[in-house]
Design a binder for this molecule. Structure first.
Ligand code: FAD
Length: 404
């Protein structure tokens, strides 16, 4: 039995199937897809697509024909239960499939707002295509939106809503925007840019209730006593990894499905990748769960290589991007756990980077409208090398000379 079953047809699941065929895998591949669309890209859902650019087709990785030509069986169903002893996956429809190897690429789902009235129709989330579609329509009619959570998705949405002419209030419990993900230098810059665009950002406060008139949202009350009259609420307070399928099958889970440095669970016939996986990282010396396209696709390629005879430790270099208004943020490496930040470039000219160091060693670079620094970051960190902070801070110093 050599069939590979893949649960979840997001970035990770799609890529395993495509890469297996690229590596010449000739056995059966089934991709279990519980969304009513061909596999598609998520990042545009809060960016270009949300602005009204493009049709759903423009989001698809590949047309229908690709799956037929590659003999990848797209199965419209949901995985319900794993019988590990029998190497069998039971689907919600009651059908079942036997596997040689099972790849869990179940991703993550929205963390829901736990407030009275949070289930009103005008309280929206942004994870899947259907939600982006709904918001695209609603943005045209709404006048004033409260965005709860100043993470990447909340801010991307806020910038788009403002461009579309809405009044926007962003409500964030943390002391600065994107606090968990980026340095204070980058938070401050984006806060200033969004504020200059007319977005009101409330920091250190929580939404305490959502008011309504009949079934319509009429406002949001904040923990500092303020009240914001709005007719739309968009919630971006993070995600929860989909670990239940693994947990119910007795596989170890913590803040993700636990996998080793080869992305294997404790069962040698089951791998887990992408947003749902908590993986052992030799590069960073601990366990990580990342939410990015890079992580999902590179892990998928690593598993496809292993299943076709080329087993390697997963060692992808993290990178990420976020488009907010006219600004492009790009991150190379992991910008957490640093003890020194050096700025290169000119914030006023809207082109600068924050180089992050731990014990004198470069660990990551966050760049705003400065693609060359980002490309440099991916190269030098990929080579496990560093650059002295003084050189990084000197904009006249040629970064490429360090790579020579
Ligand atoms: P997902 O893409 O979530 O796919 C998992 C799939 O599995 C889903 O379709 C889910 O429905 C399905 N599934 C779950 N359980 C089952 C089951 N039991 N049976 C069958 N199917 C199941 N990353 C970046 O790097 N840059 C960006 O700019 C960026 N922007 C983003 C914008 C938005 C709006 C969102 C939501 C995410 C963004 N991300 C971005 C993050 C990135 O999209 C995710 O990290 C990536 O999609 C993870 O891929 P995945 O395959 O692990 O999970």
């Amino acid at each position: 039995q050599k069939t590979v079953l893949i649960v979840g047809a997001g970035h990770a699941g799609y890529q395993v199937a495509a890469s297996l065929r690229q590596h010449g895998f000739a056995e059966r591949i089934c991709l279990i897809n519980d969304e009513a669309h061909l596999p598609y890209q998520r990042p545009p859902l809060s960016k270009a697509y949300l602005k009204g650019e493009g049709k759903p087709d423009s989001l698809m990785f590949r047309p229908d024909k690709f799956y037929r030509d590659q003999n990848i069986e797209l199965i419209a169903d949901r995985a319900a239960f794993i019988d590990r002893a029998a190497q069998r996956l039971v689907l919600t429809s009651g059908a079942f499939l036997d596997y040689g190897h099972l790849v869990l690429a179940t991703g993550a789902r929205n963390r829901l707002l736990d407030l009275p009235n949070a289930n009103l129709p005008d309280v929206k989330y942004l994870r899947i295509l259907d939600e982006s579609e709904a918001l695209r329509l609603r943005i045209g009619a709404a006048k004033h939106v409260a965005v709860i959570g100043a993470g990447f998705i909340g801010l991307e949405f806020a910038a788009t809503a403002r461009i579309k002419g809405l009044e926007v209030d962003v409500i964030e419990l943390g002391p600065r925007v994107m606090a968990r993900a980026v340095t204070a230098e980058i938070s401050d810059y984006f806060q200033a840019r969004h504020t200059a665009a007319g977005i009101r950002i409330h920091l250190g406060v929580q939404a305490t209730s959502i008011e309504n008139t009949n079934e319509k949202v009429s406002g949001v009350s904040l923990s500092n006593g303020h009240h914001v009259p709005v007719d739309l609420v968009v919630v971006g307070v993070g995600v929860l990894p989909n670990v239940e399928l693994a947990a119910e099958a007795g596989l170890p889970v913590a803040s993700g499905i636990i996998v080793d440095e080869y992305l294997l669970t404790s069962d040698p016939n089951i791998s887990a990748i992408g947003d749902c996986a908590l993986f052992a990282s030799p590069r960073f010396g601990g366990s990580l769960r990342l939410e990015s396209v890079q992580n999902a696709t590179d892990q998928a390629r690593c598993v496809a290589a292993r299943l076709t005879g080329d087993a390697k430790v997963y060692d992808g270099l993290p990178w990420f991007w976020s488009d907010q208004g006219d600004d492009k943020l790009q991150i190379a490496g992991l910008t957490t756990g640093y003890d020194q930040v050096v700025v290169r470039g000119d914030r006023e000219a809207r082109s600068f980077s924050a180089f992050c160091y731990r014990a004198g060693q470069l660990v990551g670079i966050e760049s705003v409208n400065r693609a060359a620094d980002h490309v440099f970051g991916r190269k030098i960190l990929g080579l496990n090398r560093s650059i002295e902070p003084e050189k990084a801070a000197d904009a006249s110093f040629d970064l490429k000379s360090v790579l020579a």
